[in-house]
Structures are given as structure tokens and as C-alpha cells.
Design a protein around this ligand. Sequence first.
Ligand code: ZN
Ligand code: ZN
Length: 619
Amino acid sequence: MTAATLPGLEPVPTPAAAPRPGSRAARMALPRSVDVLKQIAIEYGVCVRPLAMRRTDLDTGLTEVIDLPCGATREDKCPPCAKKNRRLRQAQIREGWHRDDEPLPGPQPATEAQKSLILFRAHLEFSRDEASRACQWDQVEDLDEAIREVEEAIAAEGLRGRVGPPHTSTDDDQGDDDTGRRRKRSTKRRQDAPDLPRRKVEARTVGRTYTAPDGSTYRPSMWLTLTLDSYGPVRPDGTPVNPNRYDYRRAAWDAVHFPRLLDRFWQNLRRCEGWNVQYAGCVEPQRRLAPHAHFAIRGTIARDTLRTVAAATYHQVWWPPVDVQRYTADRPPVWDEQASAWVDPDTHHPLTTWTEALDAIDDDPDAEPVHVVRFGTQVDARGVLPGTEDAERTIRYVTKYITKHTGDCHKATTDRQRTHLDRLWRALRVTPCTERCANWLLYGIQPRKANAKLKPGRCKGKVHQRDTLGIGGRRILISRDWSGKTLADHKHDVRAWVRALLGVTTDSTTANGTTESSTAGSPGQLVDDQGATAERVRHAWELARPDDADVGPLSFRLMRSISERARWRTELLAAKDRAEQGPADLSATQHIAPQHDGEEDQVGRGPYDRAGSGPDQHE
Ligand SMILES: [Zn+2]
Ligand SMILES: [Zn+2]
């Protein structure tokens, strides 16, 4: 295609040789219509990898194929679903950050019926103990049966959790392996870590309210970034100034154990502050490829306290030493079937077992942890006021990379960056990830529960993969009492808001809405339980295969969804206009509104929430 020059416009400088019309190059320059279809689907927030589900009406026997969004959280799989997931995370952060009431006010008091069941269970426990002492085993059996029934009744009466662990026969609870006994480790505070004040932790999860001189009150919250230590000076592109002196080994171990360090930090902070501090945040790679973490914290904490706690927090790894790598992936130890152990390839001597290795540490009074993780000195913290543009910007910043793979956050584009990534990866490949990691064999140690299937030096653990940069676990970290809601609850809120706006109030819709979280993602036969309680099952669900006759080509399905979405978006915008002019009874949820338009195009159609969402007004 040649660039047309419109009258009145500057002529576009044409590329040196425009392809000859009709040539292969000219044909290849035309955009492919399927690609454009996908692009439009993405623009309209329609899932590009929909899952076809067949719904059978159990009364009429009619079947219908319904496309459900794939629910991917990564942009490279499905941009609309990933964006939608990000918006839910943003809503979750927003809702928990500045709240001034306890999200979970605690359970209701037990009813008389519940109390009497627990009392009955207590009597049975007493009788069982007596029978067991008197060796009346047939009675014990009967009592166990009775206990089982009462425990079922307790659950049916609406009590949470078990009243006690199940009874087991007394002789088989002896641990045979290294899991059986608990090891005592030195928990002595290291000399170089400052002592932290300790306070008894209150149940409170909300911060303090401040009163301004004019009488108005405000409750600021915090924003915190925690980084790891330096491994050597780096350039602006993240690569080391002196690669040979950059400590890749420490970088690798730190990355692998970073989640434990963060856990420690929150424990220490809560103890030090004396209340149940709540956070929501995420772990991301920095440009130098080391992980760091951003957190929204509810309430305010003195910056000095945050710094002190970060400086005092460490995590010790009490694993066998890894100073000498005795084997390589090319010359590994071998599995000896007869000895049922990994042995040296030459001497056929069994390698040290995990238990032996740990015993050696325990017996050595001068043993040092194989690794200690600490934070770096850079601790950024600032206050953020609710409802400000600053707060919104911060939430966007926290969720900036959550739709991306760790390895895609900072793409290596220069040779220097690629070499840096490579060196880090080489260190990560030989770093043990867990007690059961096959990499232990390289150091002449059989990991915990060693077996013939291990591949020495080629552990499949996530942290050894090049594009994880050693960040193997969850990247979104949200404390238990943040918003008092799960992601599924937030999704439900969004649906409720859209439903209210559109004035959809049919019963079937409500029922459909409640089932999506319980069934989402489970393939095969699904039963739609329409409202969970005593209502009759009306539909059966099953996963349809892409080549089933009633499913049809993906392009048809995408086109239908796009058209539906476009019409629905118009309707929603009109409804919004009406709502803005009319009584503002939606004001409570108004602030989350702009992020969520386009969520609910399938009102009343299935137990699932269909494809992504509308225009992303913040991107
Ligand atoms: Zn999708
Ligand atoms: Zn591993």
C-alpha cells in the first residue's frame, strides 16, 4: 500500500522503494483481517481466547454454547482478561487502603443450639477417653461413629472449622523421617541487627484518625517500597558497572528467599507497632533484575519505625553449606536402585542424606546459616490521603506490571543487558529452591525425600527458569484483613453496580451472579446451582471442545461478542448519563465506576462473567 498524500497535508516522505503494486511485498503489507478482528476484540475488551461452555436446560433439553472469558492474568495470553484482572486488583487495593472500620467485625455469637452441640461433643470426648483407658475398643469404635455424626451436625449448624483434630489410632502417628521431629535452631538475634521494641498486638487493623486545627478529621495511609541490598554498583540500564564484581550468587539467593523476608517484615512491624497492620502490594523486578516490593499500608506508621523495622528484619536460611559444587549437570551423581540412594558416579558412595546434613548443622555449635537475606538501605515511604489523585496514581503504579510476566517487565534489549540476565540466570540455575530441590545433588547432598526421578542440576522449580528472575512465588501480596473480601467478592460488587445502573433486577440474574466463583475454571461437567439454597438445578454445564459442531470457528464467536459488546457499551453509557442527571443513589460506588464499565455484558446469561471490559480510561 502506498501512502496517499491528501491535499493540504505535507507529503509524507515515502520509503526509498515502495513495493510494486501487485507484488508479494505489496500483498504482505496489507493488514490481515483476522489480526484486525483480534485487535478490535482487544479494543472492545472481548476475551480473545474464550472458553466455550455448553449449557443444557434440564427442563427442555435445549443446549446453548456460551463463551466464557479465559480469565488470564497475563497480557501476553489475553489482554482484555488481564486488564480486567488488574482493575479488580485496583479496586481491592482502593477499598482496603483507607477504610476506617474493621473489614471483618468478627463472628456472631454462637446460638444455643450450637453451644449444646459442642457440649455434647465434649461429653463424647470424655467417654471415648474413658473407654480407651479401659481398653474397651468396641466402645471406642461406637463413640468414634457418634463423634463423626455430631461433627457433621456441628458443621450443618453453621459453625466454622473443626472442633478438634480427628482421632487416629495411637501407633501410626510416629514420624519416621526428618519431618517427624522439630529441629531447634538458633533464633538468637544476630549482633548486627538492632533490637526492636515489642508490643502486644491488638486486633485493630485500621489506622489513627487525625484532627486538623479547623476540626476536620483525616486518616492518611501509607505507601512503602522495600528493596534488597546492593550487589555492586549498576548503570542506569540496570547492568553492573563491573560484572565480575557483581555478587550474582547473593542476588540469586536473595531473590529466592525474598518472600520469606517480606513475611518477616510484616510480623516484625506488627509486633513493633502493636496493631494488626494491613497491606496490599506486589513484588516486581527492578531494572537491575532484583525483586523489590511496593505496598499500600492502611493507616500511618512513622517513617523511622518503617526504616528501623526494615533494618532489623532478616531471614536466615539454615540449609547445608553450598560452598563447593562437587558435580555438574553433565557429570551428575547417579541413582543406585539397590541402595535406594543417590551415589557418587565413580566411588558409588551414597551422598550425604538431607537428615545427616541437617544433623551436622545442629551438632556444630559454630554453625552459621548458609544465607541471610536482608533489605537494602533504600526504604521509601510516604503518606497518601484518601480520595486524592495521588492515591489513584499510586494504585496504578502498584498494579503497573501485574499483567506482565516477570521477565517481560524490563526487556533486555542490549547485549550488556542480555549478558547481565544470563549471568543472573546461571546463578539461579544452581541455587537450591527448596529442601526438595534436585540441585542439592550438585553439592553432594541428597535433598529431602530424594528419589530416582530427580534430575541433578535441572530442577523444574519456577525460580530456575530464566524469565522468572528468581521470583517464583505469588507476586500479589494482600493481607488477610485488607478489604475483608476476596477477588471474587470484588468481582461481584462490580456486577452489582452495573446491574443497578442498568436497572436489571430479575431473580435469575441474582442467582447467576452468585455461582460464578464456585464454578469458574473447573472443566468438565458443571452444575449450575442457581442460588445455592433450596432452588432447583435448572442447567447442566460442560466444557465444549473447539472442534464440536455447535461451537463454530473462533472468528464467528469473536465477531458476535464484539457486536454485543459494542451495543452494550452504548446502553451503559446512556444509563450512566441518566444516572448522573437523576438521583445519585449510586454515589457510594461512584468512585469505582469509571474503572468498571463494560464488565457486565452477559447479565442473566450464565454463571460466568463474560469477557473483559470496556474502555480503560486510565491507560
Ligand atoms: Zn481472555
Ligand atoms: Zn529447584
